[in-house]
Design a binder for this molecule. Structure first.
Ligand SMILES: Cc1cc2nc3c(=O)[nH]c(=O)nc-3n(C[C@H](O)[C@H](O)[C@H](O)COP(=O)(O)OP(=O)(O)OC[C@H]3O[C@@H](n4cnc5c(N)ncnc54)[C@H](O)[C@@H]3O)c2cc1C
Length: 387
């Protein structure tokens, strides 16, 4: 279905998908009850729990769509959607493997060597191998093509020099997919053509990872410094000079999922649980409003997943869902506080007070990470022929 230049196919859950949903819900309820995990706000970005990641790997819920020969499970994008949606809604600590499962694995599947796929993909699918994103640099965020980090050809490989910044999780990740310059210059007319992507082993020589503490007190992201960091030739991902096309499709994977509007879903659920079956008028109206918005975004997000399943690249639809979703997230917690006044307490054993405190400190990043809302609106405006 086309909607003013946008496509959001309507998806109904089949019985098979409903069964999978029930299975995941059951697993999560059991895990939470037995202390297997503690719900966390923004769990896909801030909830690092290596053991929980391994448990999901053992359930077959990572690398779900990948070929079996690489440790995958050959399931559909819709099945993957069902699993990720439930994990997000439960506030599960899934951040360790999130990037690897969402974007680095698929990028490797498309552009890696056979040896890399055989070695690394099964480890990702087992929840044991984690990836960082190496795009942003100190002076290149929204304008990614202006990046300065270079890879220079040397005997047997390349030497990388420069700095990446805001690399989430690089301090515990095994690899980074780094987008760097192999030709041209940042102020060149054709600067997009001089970019390439590399699979970088973060334990390799010449790499220093420096943690950056955010305002919530977490060391979540890092500065990653490359000083003559040698990478073997076969770590060039895809084609030299094709980095711009590759990183654009990587961003499509990064922006298209339900995490862009479900980061605070656990706090909403806890609030609804507290309010109970007899809300007052203001609470009923408020909960109804946020639930309606959530439902509309879910409908659009499922449409994006359906397009991915059909092998399309729904860049613009994903940008729209991320823009709407993160705008929703950025007001949701304060909307909830209007309905249910509460003191956010970071160390509380009460999931509502705790995830409210965590979420209030973390949510300001949601309209920045993965591309700012202004930039996403630029992409949407171009599709509408407005620029
Ligand atoms: C929590 C978090 C995690 C992150 N993790 C990673 C990661 O793992 N790896 C990684 O590579 N990066 C990561 N980032 C970085 C993120 O992608 C960048 O911060 C983002 O792309 C914006 O870049 P910038 O910070 O340089 O801001 P700038 O690009 O300097 O933008 C500053 C302001 O100007 C506006 N602006 C810029 N250009 C335009 C334009 N053309 N039109 C309209 N407005 C514009 C922006 O919207 C913004 O408001 C992370 C960021 C956060 C907050």
């Amino acid at each position: 279905m086309a909607t003013g230049g946008f496509r959001f196919p309507k998806i109904e859950y089949t019985q098979e998908l409903k069964d999978l949903q029930a299975e995941v819900r059951h697993f999560l309820a059991d895990e939470r009850a037995s202390g297997g995990f503690t719900p966390v706000a923004d769990g896909w970005a801030f909830g690092v729990d290596l053991e929980f990641s391994r448990k999901l790997g053992a359930k077959g819920w990572l690398g779900m769509t990948w070929p079996k020969q690489y440790g995958g499970h050959e399931r559909s994008s819709m099945e993957r959607y069902v699993v990720t949606e439930e994990l997000l809604a439960a506030g599960a600590p899934v951040s360790a493997h999130w990037v690897a499962d969402r974007q680095s694995g698929p990028m490797l599947l498309k552009n890696g060597t056979e040896a890399q796929k055989l070695e690394i993909l099964p480890r990702i699918a087992a929840g044991e191998c984690y990836f960082a994103i190496g795009m942003s640099e100190p002076d290149s965020g929204s304008d990614l093509a202006s990046l300065r980090t270079t890879a220079t050809k040397v005997d047997g490989g390349y030497k990388i020099n420069g700095r990446k910044i805001w690399s989430s999780g690089a301090h515990f990740c095994h690899y980074m997919i780094a987008t760097v310059r192999t030709g041209g210059a940042r102020d060149d007319k054709n600067r997009h053509e001089g970019l390439s992507q590399f699979l970088v082993d973060l334990k390799g020589p010449g790499i220093e990872i420096r943690g950056i503490r955010n305002m919530a007190g977490d060391v979540h992201f890092n500065e990653t410094v490359f000083d003559d960091a040698f990478v073997p030739e076969d770590c060039l991902l895809g084609e030299e000079g094709e980095g711009w096309h590759q990183v654009t499709s990587e961003l499509g994977l990064e922006r298209s999922g339900p995490e862009r509007f479900l980061s605070s879903a656990i706090t909403l659920t806890e609030a609804a649980r507290r309010i109970g079956p007899t809300p007052d008028d203001a609470q009923a109206l408020g909960l109804g409003r946020v639930t309606a918005r959530l439902k509309a975004m879910r409908r659009m997000s499922l449409g994006v997943s359906a397009l991915l399943q059909e092998g399309e690249s729904p860049t613009v639809e994903a940008a729209l869902v991320k823009d709407l979703g993160t705008a929703f997230e950025s007001t949701l917690l304060n909307d909830i506080r209007q309905l249910l006044p509460t003191e956010p307490i970071g160390q509380s054993s009460d999931a509502f007070a705790r995830t409210m405190a965590e979420g209030l400190l973390r949510v300001p990043s949601s309209t920045i990470r993965g591309g700012t809302n202004e930039v996403l609106r630029g992409i949407v405006a171009r599709q509408l022929g407005l620029r």
